[in-house]
Design a protein around this ligand. Sequence first.
Ligand SMILES: COc1ccc([C@@H]2N[C@@H](C)[C@@H](O)[C@H]2O)cc1
Length: 450
Amino acid sequence: EIPLKYGATNDGKRQDPAMQKFRDNRLGAFIHWGLYAIPGGEWNGKVYGGAAEWLKSWAKVPADEWLKLMDQWNPTKFDAKKWAKMAKEMGAKYVKITTKHHEGFCLWPSKYSKYTVANTPYKKDVLGEMVKAYNDEGIDVHFYFSVMDWSHPDYRYSIKSEEDSIAFSRFLEFTDNQLKELATRYPTVKDFWFDGTWDASIKKNGWWTAHAEQMLKEMLPGVTINSRLRADDNGKRHFDSNGRLMGDYESGYERRLPDPVKDLKVTQWDWEACMTIPENQWGYHKDWSLSYVKTPIEVIDRIVHAVSMGGNMVVNFGPQADGDFRPEEKALATAIGKWMHRYGEAVYACDYAGFDKQDWGYYTRGKNGEVYMIVFNQPYSERLVVKTPKGISVEKAALLGTGEEMNVVETARNEYNISIPEKSPDEPYVIRLKVRAAKGTKGIYRDALT
Ligand SMILES: COc1ccc([C@@H]2N[C@@H](C)[C@@H](O)[C@H]2O)cc1
């Protein structure tokens, strides 16, 4: 054991009500909204294919020039109630909002920066309107917060001098002030998801990351904090020098997911993945033809994949500068919502089932021990193979929705064939298994001597 002052604080998964709600929510929506939505990936007549919220970097725009975009921030079509309805219809149980992205523009009227909505033609506190509208729909609100701030003269990528150190101390105090401001103005916030914490300057100040977590937890009992904020005494991030997860859930699965066979270690801790609909666009980009755009079923596959391994999934939306959403995102939210309305029982409050992954899709397990099969790939054999853990038998199988009983045929020790539905559901479907802890399996099976 390496002695640490700023290492992990949890011992295993948190089991308090706030964390259980975080976990049971399972499906979230990300909202990436900022000045970057105005140019939408184009600068001086050139369209950049990289992530639109990084356009300032791709086009090498100086901060003061970039922040002049504030003069054009006027989302006249913004209607927080409509946004909240869309999230509700999608079946998102929580929404993560970019309070401040790397650009430094604040969606709330911060008194610690001039780069806020208050100093735009629109003036209004859009963050406050969103928090109220989502909460009124029973949707939890999480705050995304970028520590790295391209608008602030005291930000440092590394600490190379006493001057750097003094400036960065001022920057950390500024950051503390903004975090306290967010926690005070919006006390219903349930989570802080930190980004922009990979630079050497932060890794050198692990103490501050531990302090920020502690400060927010004192101000907002129950609040959850992502592992990405955290660096320990030695600059180790996410997992401390003793291999223990810092923060309350692992947050490294961004636009990627753990392998259902090789990465089962992730079932030991809480984690949350996040994903984009195009290959890599978080903020609004005007041209989605530049990369592959996932279909609704490909998004649902990733949602179920995450839950099948004990994780949450946050699906990203990049609202337009005018405050409306692009048609593709509206259609996606509707499609996800339709599926979640029918099959959400296999997602919400579900977890890793402990069954070996099969080709037809994923398993999840409900709170009362029921096991769900979410079938994405129906086999030509018309038999869905289920291999149960030692001592577990399958009693019954029923199609979610119609209740149609599936045939359960035992084919070998701890192996079954489950029949497919009479009539194809024409979409990924769910079979609910009733399993039992069998007292010793029947003696009829023999392993071959080889
Ligand atoms: C250097 O690589 C990245 C990639 C993505 C990010 C940000 N994290 C995502 C959640 C988005 O906010 C993206 O801008 C930052 C740095």
